[in-house]
Design a protein around this ligand. Structure first.
Ligand SMILES: [Zn+2]
Length: 1038
């Protein structure tokens, strides 16, 4: 294979010699060299001995514990509702630990910290000491170590990093270094994201194992001995730091057929007493040896791994271990008859360590593993969009959690004796469980989805306590007590009890970004005239927009009396807030609000074009079917016939007995026939166009099931599409998949290429009906061409230098099914279960039981290819880190309030560079109830551009750490991305691989000099897409 250029990967700080056990001769079996560590230690040193001359079979006892699916996370923990599923995680740990304590050869891995932390809280000191001993000896090993095993398709990188940090910090606090996970273990998620691989590499993991990949891909990999490879997580930007050895599990994550020894299984136990009638030992041994040899054929090394466990197994661990003991004993006995098979209890990391020893040259890939197909016609791309409301809520909740964590630090609450650790913990844990692969994925039962939403709501309530405590410190100039802040989470459906029932109030808008932001707020109100005043006392123009009939119909609004929404423009400092004043008035001279002008669409004459416009865009509308006809970027002089509207597919029904009868369900997407538009005659007569000083809107109604507001804000360089879908009618016994379609009528000649993001970060090129790694036979035109869209999708016409980008406010499935088009699946209502376990059709019925109404936003950008990244990068950031709006009573004049309160405040002397985002700012200390003078924070800075995306913004960026006004960094240490290891101590296993292209790695350009010492630098530099993680000690007296 010399014609391949072989690239040798090296670790950053020397090699891993110190963690590699020395060769030692052991006399148990003559002529066998064993890797035996000299003394028991954790990490790779604690790995069981293997034989270099034998085929080592690493038996990995494990349990897969979903953090909610058919039952809620609490029901799973306690084992309640066993009528739904017989599963109780507490019993698993209760049962496994004594087995491990009784026999030092036994191993077990544990994965989901959401469960382990609950169990741990209930243990006494003796048990805790016993468990620590098991961890320190490597007999109980934590793999993955996240709060959950997160979904990879509908998760956002911010929440993924946070949920791992939460799990890692629990392990670090309770167990220290021996519990630090070394491998990723994504055995059940339904497809795999490249960003996840990059993240795992940056956590310091040495490898990743997963279970599900496209059946065609798996067949090929088995044939080509390519089940293990090096995954290049960020080949263009991060290079080596993002590379990860990856193994596809042979048998998904279950035991080989016939060898499940859990009490929930029906396989035969090992019966070995020859004196008895029922003896099967000989055939069982022979069967197992055959399985071993079959599996080994597909792998390169003399080590293979077998997953001995499955969902919620080991509640009675003894049945597993007793039979595995026998299996090991009798199979290994065959060695005296010439067998070369050596079974051992092991863990994924010990398997990995042995494979690494071979010093083999591996293949590599830089593709991801989406969408996952389990057979023909069965593509698991429905869950990219399932439970659109929960997906939106998860994204919004992440936004608010970041706001709370920031305000806690910026208001120095800890130093002032206000300990909000517990409040934040609850919200972090709620977000942590929602990231689960049956959480935000939308593949759980309805009652479990309700439980997730309830957890997020309870967390948000705690979080409001934190922001209130912060504003109590930040708002008053003197001893005046700050008014309490009230939040209105339902403003997206024009409902806010506080603003509807108060004639005047303050609006405080906190901006969690390190950049100054201008935005528009929308406040539900009842009166017809208002005066709005800015933080310095100047009048602010506002626009009153009547609440639409489509909004009034939403049952969750029940109780709202809002007649209008008050729009006004706000200016927000970086990492800070502005307070505006809103006062109802009867005096038209005093009022700064102006009414909107409304023109019904039906009043337009057929020959007069219908449109809305601002300085940036003109949007041409079709008064017959509610679609747009064209979008014109006036400044760039790009004028295209973009036909945008809401369409739908009929969902396949079926009994799922084979691929051709596969039904569309919570996991799978299967559409029947072509996409359909709502018939013209159903386009309702109450569509209208609204114009005013600040915002122009076209309200287009598509029958009873869908409507859309197309919105242009003054000075905003995008077109906003606010879609509302539902209740979806299923009285016709047809399930429906609703999409938004952007059709450029073939004027954007994008061919078969389009682009989607990975978890909100890097962009991946997609090619219709094509996979880079194998010759793809697509059996579903729609589902097989849908990919996860976490934040954006775009098409390009390279010849004309045009790009149409759509940004989403939540994860959705989407694709480009013809040249010049894009579509996004926004809401689903289905009649059939797709037979992957959830046991319910995805039929969300909403507050009134008639069918859930979902509302969301997409922003469209029509621009040149060159100028698009600067827009979509900054706008995507603003969408997921939107300003947080709160309200408080106004009992004085704005002028008096300005004397008493800081009406505008920023934690930064200067904004961060435009290409830098402060990804994390949170307290980083153990819980303490006494005020502390010195506190520690966790800080992450991120370069939000990829290499070569923008001539200026893709350049390295420098952050000045002395620009914070509320604290001074006294000492700082750089950590790995998961914040559980000093970066200077990162020492990953080296892997050699064949690059799949000749792209140059950027390693040399990447700044890899960790900041290990306590002398803090005043600046740090970031390379494109780099995230740097620091723990900093503050002097908060500053
Ligand atoms: Zn699972």
């Amino acid at each position: 294979m010399l014609h391949f250029r072989i690239r040798l990967r090296r670790t950053t700080a020397g090699c891993c010699a110190k963690s590699r056990p020395k060769l030692k001769y052991v006399h148990a079996r003559p002529n066998v060299v064993e890797f035996a560590p000299p003394e028991p230690q954790c990490g790779y040193r604690s790995c069981p001995a293997t034989s270099p001359t034998m085929l080592n079979v690493h038996l990995v006892p494990h349990t897969h514990d979903d953090v909610g699916w058919l039952k809620t996370v609490d029901q799973y923990f306690y084992g309640s509702r066993n009528d739904i599923q017989h599963a109780g995680v507490q019993y698993i740990l209760d049962s496994v630990i004594p087995e491990l304590l009784n026999d030092p050869t036994k191993r077990f891995i544990y994965v989901e910290m959401a469960f382990f932390a609950r169990w741990w809280r209930e243990q006494d000191n003796i048990m805790k000491e016993n468990v620590r001993k098991l961890v320190n000896e490597g007999r109980l090993e934590f793999v993955l170590g996240g709060w959950c095993m997160n979904d990879e398709a509908s998760t956002h990188y911010n929440a993924m990093i946070d949920q791992h940090t939460l799990g890692f910090s629990f392990l670090e606090q309770e167990f220290g270094a021996c519990a630090r996970p070394r491998v990723g273990w994504q055995i059940d998620p339904f497809g795999h994201s490249r960003e996840q691989a990059s993240m795992f590499a940056q956590f310091g993991f040495d490898g990743l194992f997963f279970g599900r990949l496209d059946y065609q891909d798996k067949d090929n990999r088995l044939k080509q001995h390519n089940m293990e490879f090096v995954w290049r997580g960020s080949p263009k930007n991060l290079g080596e730091a993002s590379e990860l050895f990856t193994g596809v599990l042979y048998n998904h994550y279950v035991p080989p057929p016939g060898f499940c020894f859990d009490e929930s299984c029906n396989d035969e136990p090992i019966m070995d007493d020859e004196r008895m009638h029922d003896v099967n030992i000989q055939s069982r041994v022979q069967d197992f040896i055959k399985i071993v040899n079959d599996q080994a054929q597909h792998f390169h090394s003399n080590n293979i791994m077998m997953t001995m466990g499955s969902d919620f197994q080991y509640q009675n661990a003894h049945t597993w271990y007793k039979n595995l003991d026998k299996l090991i004993k009798y199979v290994n006995q065959q060695q005296s008859n010439g067998s070369n098979i050596n079974l051992l209890y092991s863990t994924p990391s010990c398997y990995l360590f042995n494979v690494n020893h071979l010093n083999q040259v591996w293949n590599s890939t830089k593709d991801d593993f989406f969408p996952y197909a389990s057979r023909e016609n069965t593509f698991w791309s429905g869950y990219f969009s399932s439970r659109a409301a929960l997906k939106g809520y998860a994204r919004k909740s992440n936004n608010f959690l970041q706001v709370c964590k920031q305000l806690d630090v910026l208001a120095n609450l800890m130093r002032q004796g206000v300990n909000v650790t517990e409040d934040l913990r609850l919200y972090k844990e709620a977000l942590g469980v929602v990231q689960h692969h049956d959480g935000v994925s939308g593949t759980e039962k309805q009652h479990v989805a309700n439980d997730y939403a309830q957890r997020l709501a309870a967390g948000a309530e705690k979080c409001q306590k934190v922001t209130n405590a912060a504003f109590e410190k930040l708002l008053p100039k003197g001893s005046e007590k700050a008014p309490s802040q009230v939040y209105c989470p339902l403003t997206n459906i024009s409902y806010c009890e506080f603003t509807e029932h108060n004639k005047q109030f303050m609006v405080t808008i906190y901006n969690p970004l390190g950049h100054a932001v201008t935005d528009y707020v929308r406040i539900p109100v009842v009166a017809s005239m208002y005066r709005v005043v800015d933080p310095r006392g100047a009048n602010v123009t506002a626009q009153l927009v009547p609440v639409s009939d489509e909004t009034k119909k939403i049952p969750e609004r029940n109780g709202s009396i809002a007649q209008s929404e008050l729009f006004f423009h706000v200016e927000l400092p970086p990492l800070g807030y502005s307070t505006y004043f809103v006062m109802e008035t009867k005096n038209s001279d005093e009022a700064t609000s102006k009414n909107s002008k409304i023109v019904p669409v039906t009043s337009g004459k057929a020959d007069i074009p219908l449109y809305i416009q601002n300085d940036e865009y003109l949007v041409l509308l079709d008064n017959i079917n509610g679609n747009t006809l064209g979008i014109n970027n006036k400044k760039k002089k790009i004028d295209l016939p973009v036909n945008q509207g809401i369409w739908w597919y009929e969902a396949y029904g079926g009994n799922c007995s084979k691929g051709e009868f596969q039904a569309s369900g919570a996991y799978a997407l299967r559409t029947k026939g072509e996409r359909q538009r709502v018939p013209d005659k159903e386009m309702q007569l109450n569509s209208y166009i609204l114009t005013g000083e600040l915002v122009q809107e076209a309200h287009m109604i598509f029958g009873d099931e869908a409507s859309q507001v197309i919105r242009l804000y003054n000075n905003k360089p995008y077109v906003e599409f606010e879609w509302t879908v539902g209740p979806i009618n299923i009285k016709d016994k047809i399930g429906k998949e609703y999409i938004t379609l952007y059709d450029t009528q073939q004027t954007v000649e994008s061919g078969d290429l389009f682009y989607t993001d990975a978890n909100g970060r890097e962009i991946l090129e997609r090619r219709r009906d094509h996979r880079n790694t194998w010759s793809f036979n697509n059996t579903e035109h729609v589902a097989g061409n849908y990919f996860p869209v976490n934040s954006r999708i775009y098409i390009q016409d390279k010849a004309k230098n045009q790009q149409l980008t759509v940004l989403t406010d939540r994860s959705e499935g989407g694709g480009s099914l013809e040249s010049g088009t894009m579509e996004l699946l926004v809401h689903r209502r289905l009649l059939y279960d797709d037979h992957f376990g959830v046991g319910e059709p995805l039929n969300e019925t909403g507050a009134d039981g008639q069918g859930l109404v979902v509302r969301g936003k997409q922003l469209a950008l029509l621009d040149t290819i060159k100028d698009s990244p600067a827009l979509h990068r900054s706008l995507a950031l603003r969408m997921y880190m939107a300003p947080s709006v709160s309200f408080s009573p106004l009992t004085m004049t704005p002028e008096q309030a300005m004397v008493k309160y800081n009406t505008q405040w920023s934690a930064l002397k200067k904004p961060l560079p435009a290409n830098v985002h402060m990804l994390t700012l949170e307290q980083w200390v153990s819980p303490s109830i006494t005020p502390v003078e010195v506190s520690q924070i966790l800080l992450r800075f991120e370069h939000i551009y990829e290499k070569d995306e923008d001539p200026v913004l893709s350049q390295p960026a420098t952050v000045n750490l002395t620009d914070f006004t509320t604290f001074k960094i006294e000492a700082m240490r750089e950590l790995t991305l998961g914040a559980n290891l000093p970066l200077s101590e990162l020492n990953r296993l080296p892997w050699r691989y064949i690059p799949d292209s000749e792209e140059s790695l950027s390693k040399e350009e990447l700044l890899r000099t960790a900041i290990p010492h306590s002398d803090p630098p005043t600046t740090i530099t970031l390379q494109p897409m780099q995230i740097r993680t620091f723990v900093a000690t503050l002097n908060t007296q500053h």
